[in-house]
Ligand binder design. Sequence first.
Ligand SMILES: *[C@@H]1O[C@H](CO)[C@@H](O)[C@H](O)[C@H]1NC(C)=O
Ligand SMILES: *[C@@H]1O[C@H](CO)[C@@H](O)[C@H](O)[C@H]1NC(C)=O
Length: 331
Amino acid sequence: MPMGCPFLSLRFSLFLSLSFATSSSPFSFFKLQSPSSSIPKATPSDLLSLLATPSHSSSVNPSVADELKSCFKFLVPFNPSNTRSSSDFKSPSSRRSLLKSPRDEQNELIWWPPEPVLELARLAFDSGGGPDSIHRALDPTVMPVPDVEGSKEDKCELTRTPYGRRFISQELNSYLEYLFKLIVERGPDVGLKVSLNRYDLFHGHLFIATETGRLGILFHAKEYPLYDKQVFPYYLGYCQKDSNVTYDDSINLRNILWLAPLPSNSTQGWIAPGVLLVLDAHPGGIVYRDLIPEYVNVVRTIYEDDLGNVVVDVNYLNVGDSQPDYQIFIC
Ligand SMILES: *[C@@H]1O[C@H](CO)[C@@H](O)[C@H](O)[C@H]1NC(C)=O
Ligand SMILES: *[C@@H]1O[C@H](CO)[C@@H](O)[C@H](O)[C@H]1NC(C)=O
C-alpha cells in the first residue's frame, strides 16, 4: 500500500484529524508538509477531464495531472483513444464475437455498455444534467426495502428512503448488478478486498457531471468500519453495530468511480469509452489532499455532490433470509 509519508501512520493521522476538528486554526499540517504544495489544487473537474478524451486531459495542469494519475487504479484498462461512431453499434453481437477471453468481454462491457445504458447516458447528456431524464427511466412502482442481513433488528436504515425503485429496463438493472460484482471480483487486483454486505459495499451515487453531462456512479465501499478504541474511535450510528469491516489501509481505496461513455456533442457517436477505477486516497496523495474534505479525511470520503448533480442512490442489498438474495434498490 503506497503511503506518501511513512510517518503518517494511521494513528497519527487520526490524532491530527481529532485535534484539528476541535481547533479553529487555519494551519494545515498536510499542506505545509506536502512536497508539491506549489502546484495548484486538483479539482473534481480535473479528475473527470483526465478520464475523458486526450483533449480534455490536456486542459489539466500537467503536475496536477501526473499526481492524479498516480492515484488512479483502473479495474478495467483505460483506453481513451477507443472511440465509436454510432454505426459501430448497429451489430452488437458481431462486435462481441470478435472478443477473445471472458476478461476481454468484461472490459468491453465497461468500455461499451449495452444499448439501454448508452441510451441513459445520452439522455442524461442531452438533458444538460437534469435529473428528469433518469427519473423517467425508473419504474414508478415503489418497493419497501426489506431487512438486510439483520439491519432491522439493529434499527439500521441503510438507504436514503425506506423504499426503492428499479429501472424499467431490466438490462439497466442487470448492468448495475454487474458493476457491483465486477468491483468485488477485480478489487483485489489493485489491493482492494471488498465484499457485498451492509457494512462494506452496498451502494453508489448516480450523478450527472456538471460540466460535461457525463453519467457516472461513485461507489463507496467500507461504509461502516467497526468502532475500535484504538484504530477507529468513531460512532457511526446503528448501522455500524457488529460490523466486520476493520479500519485499516483498505479505507484508502473506498471510492470507486464508474463513468459511462461520453457522448459526442455533434454526432450520435461517442468520444470516450466507459471507465471503472479506484481512486487511491492514501494520506499524502493528491486525492486525499485536494478532493477529500478535511472533516471526513478519517474515512476518506469523496463526495458525490462534488462530481455532479446527484440524481439517485443505487443500492445492491442482500435481502435474502437464509440464502443470499441480492437485489437492486434505487432510492
Ligand atoms: C458542445 O458544443 C458546443 C458548441 O460547439 C460547445 O460550446 C460546448 O462546450 C460543447 N459541450 C461539450 C459538453 O463539449
Ligand atoms: C463480512 O461478512 C460478510 C457476510 O457475512 C462476508 O461475506 C464477508 O466476507 C465478511 N468480511 C470479512 C472481512 O470478514
